[in-house]
Design a protein. Sequence first.
Length: 153
Amino acid sequence: MSRPSPVYNATVVRPWRLLDRDLFRQELMSSQLCNSESWLRYDVDSFTHLYDTELEAVLDRRVPKRSVTCRRRPSEPWFDQECREAKRRVRRLERISLRTSRVATVPVATAAAAVWTAERRAYYCSGSVSLSGEQKSTPSAQRHDGYGSQLIH
């Protein structure tokens, strides 16, 4: 079985972690947006345009955009929506834990690992797919859990 060609996605991002909030606030306060004397000159559409352009200009000075190219990696066939949601919950709690130094991820990570293991086993134990992802030709083929060990029923 041959590997598919890698797929690359180019996106434009801002390094938000480098944003100095105090300098950003200071620069925003000195912009046209915070000059109440000039507000009377604008209607809703032009004020919206001013908001967009001023905010974009301040952000471009403080945290300029940069282009990033990422290689897309296909998910395993057994990694379904339930697994994605479990992974999202674990990542969210990991971020909270890093900010607050609270360890709340262990029970959620354990539950997520159980979901992933169950999905992987269900996929490979169905008997129709081999570890390499190819269709099995005989229904009596060995069943595996995805890590090379045999499952005993």
